[in-house]
Ligand binder design. Structure first.
Ligand code: 13P
Length: 341
């Protein structure tokens, strides 16, 4: 695939006021979410949950792409078509998570490195044949005493760039996800400092590895105080810090930035994205949208609880969150929307 076609694919994903649905949690994470709700932790129930999501009527009006995991892209809907075919029918592009998960970084206690580069070229080729047109790789940066160190930041930035280059070679759009975790009592200024270091390292490596910035999507964290920080900043302070950080570090060639939710409450994740777009949208060189997993799925999962009888109500809840986030992309989110049907 030539670079212009790839850039167009990235533009399609980031066009208008749509966002991405991250439904690529691995089996262990998905099971954990099921376990706390008393839902059976089996491959078939995971398949049912994902079928419920992708068959939500109207989802394609707010979601441009859905990120699957390896298990789901090989499964079928009950009517006998693949998930990729079902997504195409819904006007949603198929994405795939290709990283091999986070492992301890040798010689750096408490820090993580994402594995999965070995054999990645062959896996990309297979996923392309299975219908994927974009792919995601997540790196995790932990904040703590003396953390993150340079070794963790550089190793993860390098892996993200190697992933992105291979992804583009395979004709797929890379979603580059360096996640600075919310866990901890650090304040917003510390999160800002680290997010700046990380984005600087990531774009340096993307340049070194020859990644085409026109044909990629950045999936960063918002700049936030830690979950257990005593001082929680206002929505406007968070919006300001996040947007200014991104303006300083993300080249204008990148077509879009799609935030992860990272453990924010669903309504907070919509409201903060809404505040950024309401205040800055007309001045931004890239689209600012969402690629949430927990903040979009969990309210619907709470309604479903594994019950066939609650499937329609759960789809309604999923669509509601998608619509709230879509309004946030337009800068039109307000708390009143939460009470609309
Ligand atoms: P959350 O929105 O739950 O942070 O998940 C995003 C994601 O894709 C993690 O890799």
């Amino acid at each position: 695939m030539n670079q212009q076609t790839l850039a167009r694919l990235a533009q399609v994903l980031m066009a208008g006021d749509k966002g991405l649905l991250a439904m690529d949690e691995g089996n262990a994470s998905c099971n954990k979410r099921f376990a706390v709700r008393g839902i059976a932790e089996t491959a078939e129930v995971r398949r049912c949950w994902r079928e419920l999501m992708v068959t939500t009527p109207g989802l394609g009006e707010c979601i441009s792409g859905a990120i699957l995991c390896d298990e789901t892209i090989r499964q079928q809907l009950s009517k006998g078509i693949s998930f990729a075919e079902a997504l195409t029918e819904a006007n949603i592009m198929t994405g795939i998570k290709v990283d091999g998960g986070v492992k301890d970084l040798a010689a750096h206690p408490g820090e993580k490195i994402t594995e999965g580069l070995d054999g990645l070229r062959d896996r990309f080729n297979e996923y392309f044949l299975l219908g994927a047109r974009f792919a995601k790789w997540r790196s995790v940066i932990t904040l703590g005493k003396g953390m993150p160190g340079q070794a963790c930041i550089e190793a993860n930035a390098h892996a993200l760039a190697r992933f992105a280059a291979l992804c583009q070679e395979a004709g797929m759009v890379p979603v580059v996800e360096p996640e600075v975790l919310m866990t901890g009592d650090h304040n917003l200024v510390r999160c800002l400092e680290v997010t700046e270091l990380v984005l600087h390292a990531v774009f340096n490596q993307l340049f070194i590895q020859g990644v085409n910035l026109d044909a990629m999507i950045l999936k960063p964290n918002m700049v936030l105080p830690g979950l257990s920080c005593v001082h929680q900043d206002t929505m406007d302070e968070i919006a300001d810090a996040t947007v200014h950080c991104l303006l300083r570090h993300v080249p204008a060639a990148v077509p879009g930035i799609a935030f992860l939710s990272g453990g924010q409450m669903p309504v907070e994740a919509s409201a903060r994205l809404g505040a950024m777009n309401a205040r800055f949208r007309s001045r931004l060189p890239w689209a600012l949208t969402f690629s949430y997993s927990r903040a979009i799925q969990e309210p619907a999962l709470d309604v479903w609880l594994g019950r066939e009888s609650a499937a329609q109500a759960a789809q309604h809840t999923l669509l509601h969150r998608a619509r709230c986030n879509q309004a946030a992309c337009r800068g039109e989110y307000s708390a009143a929307l939460e009470f609309s049907s």
